[in-house]
Design a protein around this ligand. Structure first.
Ligand code: HCA
Ligand code: CU
Length: 373
């Protein structure tokens, strides 16, 4: 069984130009809980007062989902998380040689001890702990493993493998997870950035390799170009791997639209799953096949997420497209009328044939224009 952690409210609020109000966060969290995510990463309480308040508010809603606060490896951050009543803390600290040498300028033994001390402190105070060595994928393995072992000895419940800059491919991700699992005995999480467009593919590779939990955001929000998208991941898990987590797929569009509205970022029309084009069929041959069985050109049925499939009438159309279109607008056309429209569509270099044009071609009055003449 694979779990989902949604971090729209933490990673997602790090999207350039995106901020959420507390009521917006509560609305998103409530929908995520209803959808059935396992953990809601509600924010990093140290960042601002309103974030701290939002995390506390979300943690006290009585959701089925557990609530996690993002923390630096510092006791003061754990104390703040405790004051927010969360179940989990996600402690992050990058231990790559370069970062330690060029940025932190501390020795690795001290860093390792500090991480272990923070984890012990959190565990002593009843919290569940995820430790993320940021940029895990590019961290020297010989540095990484001792730090992870010491984190596990200190009581970490989970380790998250973060592809912080989206530098992995499905194959390198699969092999990396397998290797870590052979060296450590702890459930793994995965967090995949989308800088090269591979976030969902990499998350699925991590799933194939056996990770326990996958991080996502609604609409794939996050730093720079974001991380794995909730809808892409869950629909893939359901339709390609037959994962049955009782997710309420019918809420995905609502979630996508709410987050789009609150973030001010429109859903691209060609976005997988929730984009407007996801169930519009165009080429005549496709439409003809889909009218027999949608599965010929749909990897999962539109109905799963409460969408309707539609068809485009332009020069790509076949006579089946025309018949279907006419049926949709309530016209029972003769074959010669279908041919008239098809000929017209084929002669049009650019653009879609509108309903008005169909009425005109068939010399029929439009229901509305008749009424208001
Ligand atoms: C960040 C980076 C992070 C952390 C992930 C985690 C990443 O914004 O702090 O703490 O699990 O991609 O490494 O999102
Ligand atoms: Cu991230």
């Amino acid at each position: 069984m694979v779990e989902i952690l949604d971090t729209t409210l933490r990673e997602g609020e790090q999207t350039p130009h995106v901020t959420f109000t507390i009521p917006e966060k509560l609305e998103i969290a409530t929908l995520l809980d209803e959808f059935g995510v396992d953990i809601i990463e509600a924010g990093h309480p140290r960042v601002s007062k309103d974030i701290c308040e939002a995390v506390k508010n979300i943690a006290n809603q009585g959701y089925n989902a557990s609530v996690l606060a993002h923390c630096r490896s510092l006791q003061e951050d754990i104390d703040l998380a405790l004051s927010c009543d969360v179940d989990w803390v996600g402690i992050f600290f990058c231990v790559s040689n370069k970062r330690i040498e060029q940025h932190f300028r501390k020795n690795i033994e001290n860093i390792q001890a500090q991480i272990a001390k923070t984890i012990e402190y959190a565990k002593d105070h009843g919290l569940k702990v995820r430790y993320t060595p940021e940029d895990t994928a590019r961290t020297e393995y010989s540095t990484l493993i001792p730090v992870l072992k010491s984190a596990i000895d200190a009581g970490a419940d989970r380790i998250s493998i973060a592809d912080t800059v989206g530098a992995m491919t499905p194959l390198t991700m699969y092999n990396f997870i397998k290797k870590i699992q052979s060296d450590l005995d702890i459930p793994l999480h995965v967090h995949c950035h989308n800088d090269l467009g591979m976030a969902t593919a990499n998350a699925l590779a991590a799933y194939e390799a056996g990770v326990r939990l996958i991080d996502v955001t609604v609409n794939g929000l996050g730093e720079r170009v974001g991380i794995t998208s909730l809808s892409e991941l869950c629909v893939s898990l359901q339709s390609l791997y037959h994962v049955n987590n009782n997710w309420k797929f019918e809420l995905l569009l609502d979630l996508a639209q709410k987050v789009s509205e609150f973030s001010g970022l429109p859903i691209p029309t060609n976005a997988p799953v929730v984009g407007d084009h996801a169930f519009i069929h165009n080429a005549g041959l496709h439409v003809a096949a889909v009218l027999h069985n949608p599965e010929f050109y749909e990897v999962f049925p539109a109905e799963l997420i409460g969408k309707k499939r539609t068809f485009i009438l332009d020069k790509m159309a076949s006579s089946q497209t025309i018949k279907q279109k006419l049926e949709e607008i309530g016209i029972n056309a003769r074959d010669d009328q279908v041919t008239t429209i098809l000929t017209h569509a084929k002669s049009r270099e650019k653009g879609v044939i509108s309903d008005e044009e169909i009425y005109r071609l068939l010399s029929l009055g439009q229901p509305n224009s008749i009424m208001f003449q």
